[in-house]
Design a protein. Structure first.
Ligand SMILES: Cc1cc2nc3c(=O)[nH]c(=O)nc-3n(C[C@H](O)[C@H](O)[C@H](O)COP(=O)(O)OP(=O)(O)OC[C@H]3O[C@@H](n4cnc5c(N)ncnc54)[C@H](O)[C@@H]3O)c2cc1C
Ligand code: SF4
Ligand code: SF4
Ligand code: SF4
Length: 408
């Protein structure tokens, strides 16, 4: 009998690289290889495939998806300034994670790997390792079979699990888990997602930075708040930097500049380096997550009463499980009611895919054919948008004012 060809082999640009198909395949005949731009992509060994359809059944890029409903929309930030500074926005993820770990649970999130060359989802079982999965890494993270199976086994063993990632990763993990995803022990958090940049561009950028400095990278912080939350910096720490500076790469000793001046960040924010699926994202507000977290950009005008120093999160509780998890944190956070109408103006990526950079095809072709970073920087300047410039300036003004007032 003729076996049917898995539909995932026909997805093309719609595939988001979540890896659920590979983790689900009973014959282990799907390998996640990297495409020409370094994005994880499934490759099916048709000689081994039995045509069972398991991969298609878990793929978040296929079929209709029910919409997520926000039961509650809040602004929120950790009361602990240190926790906020160690996070990208208001530090809510860290608090959710600590709650799960304190119960003997497991956290699965994105961490730097291989000398900051790659980002992968890892399992964390100890509070002392939590820092590795904190803060946004603007590179597509690979969610391997180990992460999928680790989450499933922890749940089967009766442990609580917190899984966090982009909406497509949450959708992939939820489909893989099936009924287990609805069990009380599983909590999923998606981040408001602008899109994920090319792992190959990051690899080349990291190598370029190392050659420029003459030392190996030891830590990267793409959301250093040393220059403020609105005007955050991309910071790089090297082998010769002091040990204490390395973990978060946020001190003055690190090689650091405001996001609007860092070429890698500019390519990301100009939508030049993103995965093709991100321009037609099918899972925004339909990944089934319990909680959605993002930066509350624009809070200065939507909630002028809130002190946003150190960062504030936009927090959406999508399910009653999500509501209960946030309820448990409430003594550790400052929060207030908000609404989608207040979140959306500063964060359209919550519901709408971004529009590709007009020369994206050319940019990615140059990357794929091996052009060096120097050459690409000379060709593609990436002027930040007006909104990004205003945000970075606002952050700087606030910082200087604080300094002045402190001196007075
Ligand atoms: C690629 C990407 C794009 C984003 N785009 C936006 C946006 O357009 N607007 C917005 O408001 N917020 C965006 N965010 C989310 C935002 O930057 C914060 O991650 C979020 O507000 C949570 O912050 P926190 O302070 O609660 O915790 P943090 O400690 O900052 O939490 C970090 C969480 O993000 C996860 N994470 C980090 N890097 C990755 C990655 N590469 N892939 C998958 N998961 C990752 C970690 O597992 C962890 O759970 C984006 C995040 C990422 C990773
Ligand atoms: S159809 Fe079944 S055996 Fe074939 S690749 Fe998909 S999951 Fe694997
Ligand atoms: S979207 Fe995910 S599950 Fe679907 S083919 Fe791509 S990697 Fe596999
Ligand atoms: S924009 Fe959509 S497809 Fe792209 S990484 Fe984010 S959730 Fe996935």
């Amino acid at each position: 009998m003729l076996k049917s060809l898995p539909k995932i082999t026909l997805l093309g640009d719609a595939c988001c690289g979540c890896g659920a198909c590979a983790a689900r395949c009973p014959k282990s005949c799907i390998g996640m290889i990297t495409d020409g731009c370094g994005f994880p992509t499934p490759m099916v060994n048709l000689d081994v495939c039995i045509g069972c359809g398991g991969c298609d059944s878990v793929c978040p890029a296929m079929g209709e998806r029910p919409k997520d409903g926000a039961q509650s929309v809040l602004w929120a930030k950790s009361r602990d300034r240190g926790e906020r500074l160690a996070s990208s926005s208001g530090g809510v993820f860290g608090l959710l994670a600590l709650d799960v770990l304190a119960d003997g649970g497991v956290v699965c999130g994105a961490a730097w790997d291989e000398g900051c060359r790659h980002v992968r989802h890892v399992l964390v079982e100890d509070g002392s390792d939590l820092d590795s999965v904190m803060r946004s890494k603007y590179v597509q993270s690979s969610v391997g079979r180990k992460a999928y199976e680790g989450v499933r086994e922890a749940l089967r063993g009766g442990r609580r699990v917190l899984f966090s990632g982009t909406a497509c990763q949450v959708a992939g993990m939820r489909s893989y888990l099936g009924k287990l995803a609805d069990s009380d022990g599983f909590l999923s958090v998606d981040v408001i997602c602008h899109g994920v940049p090319s792992p190959l561009l990051w690899e080349k950028w990291a190598a370029y930075k190392e050659v420029g400095v003459g030392a190996a990278l030891r830590a990267v912080n793409m959301r250093s708040k040393a220059t403020g939350w609105l005007s955050y910096s991309a910071s790089y720490a090297y082998a010769h930097d002091a040990e204490k500076d390395v973990a978060r790469a946020s001190s003055a000793a690190a090689d650091s500049c405001i996001f609007v001046d860092d070429w890698y960040m500019k390519a990301f924010l100009a939508n030049a380096s993103l995965r093709p699926s991100c321009f037609a994202c099918r899972v925004k507000r339909s990944c089934g997550s319990d909680v959605t977290l993002g930066d509350f950009w624009g809070i200065q005008s939507s909630h002028p009463e809130v002190d946003y120093e150190g960062g504030v999160s936009a927090l959406l509780c999508n399910t009653s499980k999500g509501l209960a998890a946030i309820e448990r944190l409430k003594s550790g956070i400052e929060w207030g009611e908000s609404s989608l109408e207040k979140v959306l103006p500063g964060n359209p990526s919550l519901v709408r895919p971004v529009v590709p950079y007009e020369r994206r095809g050319e940019f990615m072709a140059d990357l794929e054919c091996g052009r060096g970073i120097d050459e690409m920087m000379a060709v593609y300047g990436f002027e930040p948008s007006l909104a990004q410039r205003v945000r970075s300036k606002l952050g700087g003004v606030k910082r200087r004012l604080k300094k002045l007032l402190g001196k007075a």
